[in-house]
Design a protein. Structure first.
Length: 134
């Protein structure tokens, strides 16, 4: 199966925000002398975890018969099945299956992986690339 990774900037942003929130909660607990604030470190740890998963896991996997889209934590969010890859249409840099737009956010994914995905399913575009190569 081919894969689409998350755009690295989003994973790094989650990591940085998680670390900054963690530091903020620690300093807030020390300054206010209210150590119950440290429970908020769980939220910071969750943000760090999500950022790490975004850097290590795939956003989507695809082949000629299915497309699997995963959430930030890695759980399967959408599973599209079809008999032939010709059923997936590409219009305006978006993918459609049976007239319904697929739940894939182009701005969340790696741009090179997105281009490969579009080229894989866009029959006209792939033909044009073959002509240009010759």
């Amino acid at each position: 199966m081919n894969e689409i990774k998350f755009q690295a900037i989003w994973g790094r942003l989650y990591l940085i925000l998680g670390i900054l929130f963690g530091i903020l909660f620690i300093f807030g607990a020390i300054i206010l002398r209210d150590y119950s604030i440290l429970l908020n470190l769980l939220a910071a740890a969750l943000i760090i975890y999500i950022g790490n998963r975004m850097l290590l896991r795939s956003y989507a996997l695809y082949n000629e018969h299915e497309i699997k889209v995963y959430g930030h934590v890695g759980a399967l969010r959408k599973h599209y099945q079809f008999t032939d890859k010709k059923e997936v249409q590409i219009k305006n840099n978006s993918a459609y299956l049976k007239g319904e737009k697929l739940k894939i956010s182009a701005w969340m994914v790696d741009k090179q992986d997105w281009k490969r995905f579009i080229d894989y399913y866009d029959k006209d575009n792939a033909f044009m690339h073959e002509l240009q190569d010759e």
